[in-house]
Design a protein around this ligand. Structure first.
Ligand code: ZN
Length: 354
């Protein structure tokens, strides 16, 4: 345990050395930055645009031998949907990281991009010999760019664009997962036809952001996690999900800034966490980080002063999962914490994301 912790702290400090997160101040009590207007200025211009993200991926692709970029399909508005692939050996276990099914949940994408850069530094080279990594950043690029067929005039963020949960057709992509593939919105269809159907995927972390006011034990959470909850999921698949959750929980809870709750999510097969577990026996984990990048409802949106620790939370999560699968330690992960992990509640009443 102490050895593992040391490895993690080294990798994080090396990330900071790369300049990934040095530009953002990280107050110790970032989680407690507070409700409503205390969330700070909501500014979208500091986020990657779709185009700058694609530029970033192409730059990394040119630099990294192990990285291969694949276009898995197109959005409603015709944007290519990219997937970053690290496939060292088909026999290795494979993990998929998915971000921005909901377009207004972008810090997970920012973290995933930093993680891709991190994978190219050589510090994880041995790690990638024993695990295959697939990363789809920004599945819902039209929603992320606010290029949709409905009005976003009442959204809050300043900057050069608004970001919305829905795809261009005003459909929630994380409710598409129980459909026949041919009937899905094109973004979900691309995920199913060209990823789930084509790769042997063992694990998936589906990365989201929720509102800003969720808490457990009176403390605002930095994020909440949940395994599949559909009763028809194979018990072994569920156990793998719980182990994946254990790896993530134990990488974040000791940091001081990470405070993780249990998400209160539904059992419907139309949700990715349940649907991918049911259809493909993938051990899935939902991760709902605190605060959205834009919204029309103020308590859901989180200003940029919290960006640093939330991006770092994504990087820590991805790094821990990849290492634990690579060295096999995930097999021995202690899942008993799930029995006592408090389910989050909300300070202002109703809230949902997933
Ligand atoms: Zn979401």
């Amino acid at each position: 345990m102490s050895v593992k912790k040391k490895v993690l702290s080294v990798s994080l400090s090396s990330l900071m050395a790369l300049g990934a997160i040095t530009a953002v101040s990280m107050p110790v009590n970032a989680v407690g930055n507070g409700p409503n207007t205390g969330n700070g200025s909501i500014q979208t211009s500091i986020l990657h645009t779709y185009d700058s993200m694609v530029d970033f991926l192409k730059t990394q692709d040119a630099k990294q031998d192990l990285l291969e970029l694949e276009v898995i399909g197109q959005t409603v508005k015709g944007r290519d949907i990219h997937m970053a692939k690290y496939l060292s050996n088909p026999a290795n276990p494979t993990i998929l990281f998915l971000t921005q099914q909901h377009g207004n949940e972008q810090l997970t994408t920012e973290g995933a991009l930093e993680f891709i850069k991190h994978l190219g530094t050589g510090k994880t080279k041995g790690v990638l010999d024993h695990v295959n990594v697939l990363i789809i950043p920004m599945l819902n690029a039209d929603g992320a760019m606010g290029d949709v067929n409905f009005s976003l005039d009442d959204y809050l963020a300043d900057g050069d664009r608004h970001l919305t949960r829905y795809n261009a057709n005003n459909v929630d992509l994380n409710r598409e997962h129980a459909k026949d593939i041919e009937d899905m919105e094109v973004e979900a269809k691309a995920l199913y036809e060209n990823v789930f159907e084509k790769y042997e995927i063992d694990y998936m972390i589906d990365l989201h952001h929720q509102g800003t006011l969720s808490e457990t034990n009176g403390e605002l959470v930095s994020g909440s996690i949940l395994h599949p909850t559909n009763p028809d999921v194979n018990p072994e698949v569920l156990e793998g999900s719980k182990k994946l959750g254990s790896v993530v929980y134990n990488s974040l809870e000791p940091t001081g800034w990470g405070h993780i709750g249990k998400y209160n999510g539904g059992s419907g097969a139309n949700i990715g966490r349940n649907g991918a577990a049911l259809r493909y026996d993938i051990s899935t984990l939902l991760f709902e980080m605190r605060g959205m990048s834009d919204h029309y409802y103020e308590p859901y949106a989180l200003g940029q002063k919290s960006n640093g620790y939330l991006i770092k939370q994504t990087i820590t999560t991805l790094d821990a999962a990849v290492r634990a699968i690579s060295d096999g330690s995930i097999e021995n992960a202690d899942t008993s914490f799930w029995d006592t992990l408090p389910t989050q509640t909300n300070r202002q009443g109703e809230e949902s994301d997933e």
